[in-house]
Design a protein around this ligand. Structure first.
Ligand SMILES: [Fe+2]
Length: 191
């Protein structure tokens, strides 16, 4: 068990367990409840991964990071600020450090993009705007410089753009079954 918050996180240990966990996110909303996004975690995860499969078709790890980036909302409920770190702790052992780092960084990536990209700031959903304030608001100039120096910054920003565009209720995208081979491939690559 890893202690990311006051609540310990038990890492997921097999792809089958992860698939069952994602499937169980059907109808589960994010940590903000009624103030959050109007789309359940399963649909949002599938849309995020699909957007990334179009944007970065050769980067399976980034697509898989899109699929798992918000699971932290469900692993430990009621943690909108720490959900990235919680999700990272949940998947690191199974999917590797890069997927975990991108999961963790999708939260500060929002603060980074709000500070550096006016068009992104205008696209923020109501739920993302509510959680932005809890997460510290737009980054300061010093925080922007530190984030930009992170080797994962570019991919984390790519994930964040996909995240914000993946909140369309009722949008038809490939189902969870379509992601099973990608999950198995990424998991196999970290062993
Ligand atoms: Fe998200």
């Amino acid at each position: 068990m890893l202690c990311v918050t006051a609540t310990p996180v038990t890492p997921v240990s097999t792809v089958d367990e992860l698939i069952a966990f994602i499937a169980a996110c059907n109808g589960v909303m994010d940590s903000l409840g009624p103030d959050g996004d109007p789309i359940d975690i399963l649909a949002h995860s599938l849309q995020t991964a699909h957007v990334l499969s179009v944007r970065v078709p050769d980067d399976l790890e980034l697509q898989v990071a899109g699929l798992v980036h918000d699971l932290g909302h469900v692993v430990v409920t009621g943690e909108p600020v720490a959900h990235g770190e919680i999700g990272a702790a949940y998947v690191r052992e199974l999917l590797g450090d890069r997927v975990a780092r991108l999961t963790e960084l999708h939260v500060p990536a929002k603060r980074y993009l709000v500070a550096t990209d006016a068009r992104y700031a205008q696209r923020l959903s109501d739920g993302s705007t509510v959680s932005l304030a809890m997460q510290g608001g737009a980054m300061t100039a010093g925080e922007v410089a530190a984030f930009a120096a992170n080797p994962y910054a570019h991919d984390a920003a790519e994930l964040r753009h996909a995240d914000e565009g993946a909140k369309v209720v009722g949008r038809a995208v490939p189902e969870l079954d379509a992601w099973v081979p990608a999950l198995r491939e990424v998991a196999a690559s970290v062993r």
